[in-house]
Design a protein around this ligand. Structure first.
Ligand code: PLP
Length: 349
């Protein structure tokens, strides 16, 4: 694998942070309506949330144009990435996935005794679909595609990905992680959800953590065939793991339009601002389609992170392609202006 995340010297002291730009959170959420829905539902906390889970599942199914039996909820999409890997790698086998990519499902697959067949991204940081298809063998139990990808922020062409998913899913389930889909210009034409309605063995993951601004409230879902969902629900996941207040919040957030549109436009505006500013300093970011941006830095990654932390700026650093990289999440405009000033100071750009 070409990717290694660098761990900080000291834990990030959140109370001293001027700009929390390390976890791809949405600085504007949750929406006021979600906050109210949650506050109003605290007293329902003596009851299990199965009824609200059913309501949320119906709402999601309608939005995605699928049936309720195509939807499975989890406390964040992480849970669904992990549970899918637990089920698929009980007898080992391999997972085919891009490198670098979001590591959650590979980590669980490997913990279960599976192997990661890491397929390098193309020079444009897209998934190398041809090479991934060629990497699938008789021991492959899952293919993972993160689109848009984390930590690169890059995109893989939706038309090519659809073709890939259609063909490869005839042999092995394909898990498509669309955590950042809603930040795209035209998300509806880039999702792989339509393939599920066609009966393909494709598992699409989405989350309330990003565009909905509910990362700490933990709600995510997958869209998949009922047969695929049953392989998970029957074994390791039911609506038992869901929290009633978070369900009420997600139900309220499903009804938001203006708030979500504002989050998206503020994200785009901030991303353009950061891109301009860091390019002026001589950095060369990978074009981002997400709520974060990554670029190579000349400084040692851990030294850079330490200096940024000392100034109250939380970012992430990675070692990739024999090079240190800084990944910055789109916070508020003020936080990003502070990030820009701080990186100037720290790198003396
Ligand atoms: N998938 C990707 C690509 C992510 O970047 C993240 C979070 O950063 C997740 C999944 C997990 O999100 P959550 O568990 O909050 O839904």
């Amino acid at each position: 694998s070409v990717i290694k995340e660098l761990v900080p010297h000291v834990p990030l002291d959140e109370s001293r942070m001027m700009a929390k730009l390390n976890a791809n959170e949405n600085p504007y959420g949750p929406s006021p309506k979600v906050i109210k829905a949650i506050a109003d539902s605290v007293s329902l906390g003596n009851r299990y949330g199965h009824g609200d889970a059913a309501i949320l599942i119906d709402m999601i199914a309608e939005k995605e144009g699928v049936k309720p039996e195509n939807i499975m909820l989890g406390p964040g999409s992480t849970d669904l990435l992990e549970k899918t890997a637990i089920v698929q790698f009980q007898q080992g086998g391999n997972i085919v996935a891009g490198d670098p990519a979001y590591m959650s499902i590979m980590n669980t697959a490997q913990a279960m005794g599976g192997n990661w067949k890491a397929v390098p991204l193309t020079k444009d940081y897209a998934h190398d679909l041809k090479a991934m298809a060629a990497a699938v063998d008789s021991n492959t139990n899952l293919v993972y595609v993160c689109n848009p990808n984390n930590p690169t922020g890059s995109i893989t062409d939706a038309g090519e990905l659809k073709k890939f998913c259609s063909e490869v899913s005839a042999k092995v389930p394909v898990f498509v992680d669309e955590a950042y889909l809603e930040f795209l210009e035209n998300p509806d034409s880039q999702t792989m959800v339509g393939l599920v309605s066609e009966g393909k063995d494709v598992i699409v993951a989405r989350t309330f953590s990003k565009i909905h601004g509910m990362a700490g409230l933990r709600i995510g879902y997958i869209v998949a065939t009922p047969e695929r969902i049953e392989t998970i629900t029957n074994k390791v996941r039911s609506t038992m793991g869901l929290c009633v207040t978070s369900l009420k919040g997600a139900i309220a957030s499903m009804q938001e339009k203006t708030f979500l549109a504002q989050c998206k436009s503020q994200n785009t505006e901030c991303r353009e601002y950061v891109e301009d500013e860091i390019k002026k300093m001589g950095f060369n970011p990978i074009p981002s389609y997400t709520s974060f941006m990554i670029f190579p830095i000349a400084m040692d990654g851990r030294e850079f992170m330490k200096s940024m932390y000392e100034e109250g700026v939380g970012i992430r650093t990675y070692q990739m392609y024999d090079q240190s990289w800084c990944r910055v999440s789109m916070g508020t405009h003020d936080e990003l202006a502070y990030f820009v000033d701080t990186i100037k100071k720290v790198t003396k750009a």
